[in-house]
Design a protein around this ligand. Structure first.
Ligand SMILES: O=c1[nH]cnc2c1ncn2[C@@H]1O[C@H](CO)[C@@H](O)[C@H]1O
Ligand SMILES: [Zn+2]
Length: 385
């Protein structure tokens, strides 16, 4: 790049953000599962404390590796089996408070300033907690984590999304729970779990209820199943955002000369600015994308879809927001401007009120990137004698 004013050149490599800059850059996370982000050492501790004896490994480093490898199967169904172990140790109030607090702390230490973290309350009832106990414990943990992060010099806000499992039949109940706690830390609703065979329209009653309540929801769609799933999520269920949505690529044609044509559904998604919660590493593990370099996010960003970058499951993918951005910077040569674009997209698509989103963009995100982008001006040059 050549500066118009000075004629100085900056090499491409200099313009790529370093891992340290990526970590310090303000980031916004819309798609992260609480039960997919535990610290391996915490799983081992909680298993010991609660008498859960079915963990495949006890030593934290080996346990972390086990999760990454077991999730690396190429199938969403097998990937989801690993959650039996994390959910098993998240059955008491104290365990939920601890896991949620550590989640907020870990995200904040990674430079995340705003996160929506999801979990399925119905998966935490095995030891007598009620749905309300679960939500209150997780909320307490998030508040504790925000406090600890602040004490460590980081600022983060965390909102919860309540997930209903698509193979089960509790979606309306969970939607009502999300609505009851909408002024107390829960910002929206989601459905997750195996996609093939469980279309989102099975849970229409829950979505219709939330629409009547003017509440917000996202739907996992277009990950393990293609366009019909995305179409149902949007046109039958009325989703505000798409969890993954990578298969929208099936409705986009790139010709030999590079010209692009969008089918009706892809055009709708782009025209309506439907947010896509992309999770690159997770998609490689479940087989939804062949490699980072070939991940649809590259094309979707070029075509100005409302694309966002997310972690999905930090434990199973051995990743973080910084980790996902590092992969994308390597694969696509993204700059701090690209990172800011993804981050502003995510903040615009969050489920908190408009004025708060705007303030996060103008008072936190843009100043954070401006600070990083100006660093080269103050770089010390070596003194030569
Ligand atoms: O990528 C995904 N696709 C679909 N379902 C998922 C994915 N990641 C996690 N879960 C499911 O969501 C539940 C609540 O957090 C998890 O227990 C897991 O079963
Ligand atoms: Zn997910």
């Amino acid at each position: 790049m050549t500066s118009q004013l000075t004629g100085q050149t900056t090499s491409q490599a200099e313009r790529l953000p370093s891992p340290d800059q990526i970590r310090r850059a303000p980031k916004v996370l819309l798609h992260d599962h609480l039960d997919g982000g535990l610290r391996p050492a915490t799983i081992a501790d909680l298993a010991r404390e609660t008498g859960y004896d079915a963990l495949p490994e006890r030593e934290p480093e080996r346990l972390g590796r086990w999760f990454r490898e077991a999730a690396d199967s190429g199938s969403l169904e097998r990937y989801l089996e690993t959650f039996a172990h994390t959910c098993a140790v998240m059955q008491t109030r104290d365990a939920l408070v601890r896991v949620a607090a550590e989640c907020a702390e870990d995200l904040a230490a990674d430079g995340v300033v705003y996160a929506e973290v999801r979990y399925a309350p119905e998966q935490h009832l095995e030891r007598g907690l009620t749905l309300e106990d679960v939500v209150e414990a997780v909320n307490e943990g998030f508040r504790e984590g925000e406090r600890r992060a602040r004490a460590a010099g980081h600022r983060i806000r965390v909102g919860a999304l309540l997930t209903a499992m698509r193979h089960a039949a509790r979606a309306l109940e969970i939607a009502e729970l999300a609505n009851a706690y909408r002024d107390s830390g829960v910002v929206g609703f989601d459905i997750a779990g195996a996609e093939a065979g469980y279309p989102p329209t099975r849970h229409l009653d829950a979505f219709e209820y939330l629409k009547r309540e003017n509440n917000h929801f996202t739907i996992h769609a277009g990950e393990a199943f293609g366009l019909p799933s995305i179409w149902q999520a949007l046109q039958w269920c009325g989703a505000d955002r798409l969890g993954h949505g990578v298969r929208i690529i099936d409705d986009i044609e790139v010709a030999g000369d590079g010209s692009v044509s969008l089918g009706r559904l892809a055009a709708y998604v782009r025209d309506k600015r439907v947010p896509l919660e992309m999770c690159p590493s997770s998609n490689l593990q479940t087989g939804a994308a062949p490699s980072i370099g070939e991940h649809p996010i590259g094309l979707l960003r070029r075509l100005h879809f409302r694309t966002t970058v997310n972690t999905d499951n930090r434990l199973m993918s051995g990743t973080s927001m910084s980790g996902e951005f590092e992969l994308l910077v390597d694969a696509f040569g993204y700059t701090l401007d690209d990172m800011q674009w993804f981050t502003v997209n995510a903040m615009k698509s969050a489920f908190i009120p408009f004025d708060e989103r705007l303030a996060m963009i103008n008072d936190v995100i843009k100043p954070g990137y401006a600070e990083l982008k100006s660093e080269w001006l103050f770089r010390q040059t070596a003194v030569t004698s």
